[in-house]
Design a protein. Structure first.
Length: 88
C-alpha cells in the first residue's frame, strides 16, 4: 500500500530559454512542466512506480528525485520531445 506523504519538486534550467520542472507526490507518476518564453505548461508525466514491488523506482529523497529527472533529461531526444509536447 502506498503511504508516501511527500511532495518533491525540482527545476532544471536546460538553457537560457528553457526550464523543466518536475513534481512528485509519491504516486505512480511524476508531473513534468516546461517553461519556455514566459509560458509554463504541463507537458507529460513519467512513470515512477514499480508495480511488481508496489514501491517507487527511487529512494524517496530530494537527491534521488533530482538524479532521476536529470537522468531522464539526458536521454537522447527527451528534451526535444518535451518541447514538442508543450507546444501541442
Amino acid at each position: 500500500m502506498r503511504t508516501l506523504a511527500t511532495l518533491l519538486v525540482c527545476s532544471i534550467e536546460v538553457n537560457d530559454a528553457l526550464t523543466v520542472g518536475a513534481c512528485w507526490d509519491g504516486g505512480p507518476t511524476i508531473g513534468i512542466h516546461i517553461e519556455q518564453a514566459g509560458r509554463t505548461v504541463r507537458a507529460t508525466s513519467w512513470p515512477i512506480w514499480n508495480e511488481a514491488w508496489d514501491t517507487p523506482l527511487i529512494d524517496v529523497s530530494r537527491e534521488s528525485f533530482e538524479r532521476f529527472v536529470l537522468g531522464r533529461l539526458n536521454e537522447p531526444g527527451v528534451v526535444d520531445e518535451l518541447v514538442g509536447l508543450a507546444a501541442a
